[in-house]
Design a protein around this ligand. Sequence first.
Ligand SMILES: NC(=O)c1ccc[n+]([C@@H]2O[C@H](COP(=O)([O-])OP(=O)(O)OC[C@H]3O[C@@H](n4cnc5c(N)ncnc54)[C@H](O)[C@@H]3O)[C@@H](O)[C@H]2O)c1
Ligand SMILES: NC(=O)c1ccc[n+]([C@@H]2O[C@H](COP(=O)([O-])OP(=O)(O)OC[C@H]3O[C@@H](n4cnc5c(N)ncnc54)[C@H](O)[C@@H]3O)[C@@H](O)[C@H]2O)c1
Lengths: 200, 200
Amino acid sequence: KIPDETVRRLPQYLRAVSFVHKQGCKYVSSQELAERLHMKSPQIRKDLSYFGAFGVKGTGYPVETLLGRIREILKLNTPQKAALIGAGRLGKALASYPGFRLYGFDIVEVFDRSPRKIGRKIGGVEIKDVAHLGDLGKRGIRLALLAVPAGAAQEVAERLVEAGVRGILNLAPCYLKLPKRIKVVTIDIAMELGILPYYV
Amino acid sequence: KIPDETVRRLPQYLRAVSFVHKQGCKYVSSQELAERLHMKSPQIRKDLSYFGAFGVKGTGYPVETLLGRIREILKLNTPQKAALIGAGRLGKALASYPGFRLYGFDIVEVFDRSPRKIGRKIGGVEIKDVAHLGDLGKRGIRLALLAVPAGAAQEVAERLVEAGVRGILNLAPCYLKLPKRIKVVTIDIAMELGILPYYV
Ligand SMILES: NC(=O)c1ccc[n+]([C@@H]2O[C@H](COP(=O)([O-])OP(=O)(O)OC[C@H]3O[C@@H](n4cnc5c(N)ncnc54)[C@H](O)[C@@H]3O)[C@@H](O)[C@H]2O)c1
Ligand SMILES: NC(=O)c1ccc[n+]([C@@H]2O[C@H](COP(=O)([O-])OP(=O)(O)OC[C@H]3O[C@@H](n4cnc5c(N)ncnc54)[C@H](O)[C@@H]3O)[C@@H](O)[C@H]2O)c1
């Protein structure tokens, strides 16, 4: 089993190896990855060895193989359908963000509760009424991005779990209390900014 | 000196204590904070003891005092002026986000390079030409939010440092190579989403 810290670093390796791949390189050394990612190369070699990726001394890791292997571990080779809840300021930006494609994500459904927004489109997807989520799991949607106010996030998250969602990216500045089997990642942008003055 | 891990947790304590304060509570126990934040209460007691916050057995920590103390440590009592670079999809959402106020932040200047956008307003602030940053440090702007494409982020960040910025919240999916004295926090929203399928 791969340790959680290693899994958390895999997307960073994916980003760095994709970059090198786009530049046409066939091999990449752990040293080069270490410089790009500002990590230590022994750490990188150890992480990559968990899933059998072995570099050849003097030439490094074959880029195509490494890319395929990381994408396979992260389960990114199967297209990942996601639902976006909340078509406000942040939701609008997320709905049309092309950067999710690198990880194989596609926002296929958008929900909101405002009658003014339901029926309009953002990112090319029609906004539907959050009161009618239906069976998201049955439609192959196991992931959701939550961009609703903090006060609404817990209740909406519980309804998403009932509808079959198993992983949530929470952008509301609050903690979601959900069963252990649901994977939640919370990003609080204001909080990350709040750390800076201490160091400046 | 307060350890870095403790500093990173302070904004979470601030968020939880502000919530309890808004509800009118005068005291809060480390146990209640532990439940709200899903941390362990010995960890919370240890963190709070670094800056002399002592709870009274049976009643807990005085909420007003705790709030003041955390804000003081994080230097959030002095209004923090920030510049936003990039008035695109994400920049528009950030420019009018009221959530930065909890931490005392105000986006006072916005820059972009697109002639179409310069002169317009977002979040009530006029967009200026990124070619003329001027002396941000002299105008009391030591922090910046970077919402430009990844390919432009490094060059823009270097110019911000020359203009006097000392802390950067980077929202572009790339690593910024800057002198050690500059504090950089990078948030890669797509990458955080990219971790979910592994667990789902
Ligand atoms: N705007 C930003 O830049 C920014 C930055 C960091 C964090 N956030 C967080 O992201 C979330 C969204 O912020 P925003 O600025 O887009 O807010 P917003 O008010 O512009 O949008 C919120 C949207 O959620 C909808 N909504 C409210 N309750 C709902 C419910 N129960 N079910 C479904 N939809 C519901 C509203 O109709 C609205 O369209 C908030 O939690 C905010 O704190 C925003
Ligand atoms: N849209 C999202 O939801 C989202 C999510 C995660 C990360 N991001 C990241 O945030 C950044 C901005 O994304 P976006 O969707 O707002 O893109 P965008 O293309 O809508 O906006 C980018 C803005 O930056 C400006 N710009 C380009 N080069 C510049 C330079 N050298 N100096 C100043 N301004 C410059 C452009 O004129 C444009 O207004 C990107 O790095 C993106 O990967 C966006």
